[in-house]
Design a protein around this ligand. Structure first.
Ligand code: SAH
Ligand code: SF4
Length: 469
């Protein structure tokens, strides 16, 4: 099996399916509700799902009761995410009873797993269509079949992955936008289901990435996050082998006043070239999400991460040295099979030494089909819970220390929320700032804000006098 690009003919077939569906409504206005579970990649996929649904004549809504079509874009990265999607699917049964014409579609990473298929077929008979990650662009054709043939549809092709360019995109309103630079992953960390459900890494053509970025900017986006499971290996599969640092520099040269971010950076592939590119343009924000996963070299080896504790520490130091005012954030897994108290202390040590501004922390969740799920030395839940509590406590202290360093400084905030109680937004280094009782700003405004207080989840600030002038 190999990576394949969707042809223009295939895309035209899907557009024809959209057109045929849109003719079925005969003056009615059908509504569709798309719910996203999981990561930013899923959010980006949901914007394409929404784009295709609009082409079929659906109006988008967040109200399930109003909807004629409900799509769940699911996640499989931890068991909790799957259980949540399954339980929310279960709750749709009563809506289907109330409105038998309601269509229910499941797609995303959870449904790409073979073992889920039988369960969905048998125990969720009110689900109308199940669409795997490699068939997302075929949503129109599959829905059309469901509607015209009146049969449930299951489409989970077992491919290494597809490149589907040219799909319509319905962007979420607001100043933030996601642009994928690659899909899939080749790293096979031993705990992770992503390579199994998203296929091999496929880099997008730089021209198409730039075109999508320009389109997002034209639609009002001001804060663009470039997405990839490992942005640092971008380009190895393209003819000219462009690297991520050069892509970043090229995109930062696009005219306009916008912010450029990216995630995720795998430490084994992060390079000085990347840090230098970050330092070289004011449009590339000084924030690096660099998942460490564990501080123990022994556990990192078992995770197949490709770096040691010492290499990670050196990289973090290099990044901070090269990029002025850099914020470093991370992901950490607690209770990976075989993790001893000593291994865990190495994790605490890295948190302390690097001083992450914040961390996403997860208790290890065995994923079917991944090597670590079969390791015999699984860590008991109580031990993992106890370690997690200690980790959270330490990270809170470190976060507060970092945030307190901001008090008294003036920072530029891009506003993304505003209501009668005040407004909020992000600093260049991705810290959340709340400005209480400020009602003069709207999402999309840039504001100069003096930080007055540090809380755990956000900084508190006030507008600098010139903003009030
Ligand atoms: N590609 C990204 C992240 C993908 S998944 C990267 O390499 O960093 C997001 C995060 O979920 C991971 O960084 C990891 O911390 C966590 N994660 C993935 N699989 C997990 C599992 N089986 N149990 C617990 N956490 C997991
Ligand atoms: Fe999963 Fe590792 Fe790939 Fe990230 S790099 S998606 S953690 S396999």
């Amino acid at each position: 099996m190999a990576v394949r690009t969707v042809t223009a003919e295939e895309l035209a077939q899907q557009q024809e399916a959209c057109r045929r569906i849109s003719l079925l409504w005969e003056g009615k206005h059908p509504y569709a509700c798309v719910t996203t579970y999981g990561c930013q990649q899923n959010e980006a996929d949901s914007e394409r799902i929404a784009g295709m649904l609009e082409q079929m004549g659906y109006t988008l809504t967040q109200d399930q009761e109003l909807a004629d079509l409900i799509v769940f874009n699911t996640c499989a990265v931890r068991e909790h995410a799957e259980l949540k999607a399954l339980s929310k699917t279960g709750q749709l049964k009563h809506l289907k009873v109330q409105k038998p014409s309601l269509l229910i579609v499941l797609c995303g990473c959870m449904v790409q797993q073979e073992h889920r298929m039988g369960e969905l077929k048998q125990s969720y008979p009110y689900v109308d269509a199940v669409i795997g990650t490699h068939a997302l662009h075929r949503l129109p054709e599959i829905l059309l079949s469901r509607i015209t043939l009146k049969r449930r549809q299951f489409c989970i092709p077992n491919e290494d992955g597809l490149i589907a360019e040219g799909l319509p995109i319905h962007r979420q309103p607001g100043p933030k936008a996601f642009v994928s630079v690659s899909w899939g992953c080749n790293n096979f960390c031993t705990y992770c289901v992503v390579p199994h459900v998203r296929g091999r890494e496929r880099s997008r053509q730089p021209d198409l990435i730039e075109a999508e970025l320009r389109q997002a900017l034209a639609q009002g986006a001001l804060d663009i996050t470039l997405l990839g499971q490992n942005v640092n290996s971008y380009g190895h599969d393209l003819p000219q082998h462009p690297d991520f640092a050069s892509l970043l520099t090229r995109l930062a040269n696009v005219e306009g006043n916008f912010r450029l971010r990216f995630m995720t950076s795998h430490p084994k592939d992060a390079s000085v070239r990347l840090f230098e590119a970050m330092a070289s343009s004011p449009k590339i924000m000084p924030h690096l999400h660099l998942p460490v996963q564990s501080g123990s070299s022994r556990i990192l080896r078992r995770m197949n991460r490709g770096y040691t504790k010492e290499q990670y520490l050196a990289l973090a130091e290099q990044a901070r040295k090269t990029v002025p005012s850099l914020a470093l954030t991370t992901d950490i897994i607690v209770g990976f099979p075989g993790e001893t108290e000593e291994d865990f202390r190495d994790t605490l040590d890295v948190v302390e030494q690097v001083g992450f501004e914040s961390a996403f922390t997860f208790i290890y969740s065995p994923r079917k089909g991944t090597p670590a799920a079969d390791y015999e030395d699984q860590v008991p839940r109580e031990v993992a819970d106890e370690r997690m509590a200690r980790l959270l406590k330490l990270q809170e202290t470190v976060t507060l220390r970092r945030f307190n360093e901001q008090v008294g400084k003036t920072v530029e905030v891009l506003i993304d929320t505003a209501d009668e109680f005040g407004c909020g937004g992000r600093t260049p280094d991705f810290k959340m700032v709340h400005i209480p009782s400020c009602t003069s700003l709207r999402p999309g405004d840039f504001a100069s804000v003096r930080i007055t207080q540090a809380k755990l989840n956000a900084l508190i600030g006030e507008l600098c006098p010139r903003e009030n002038a």
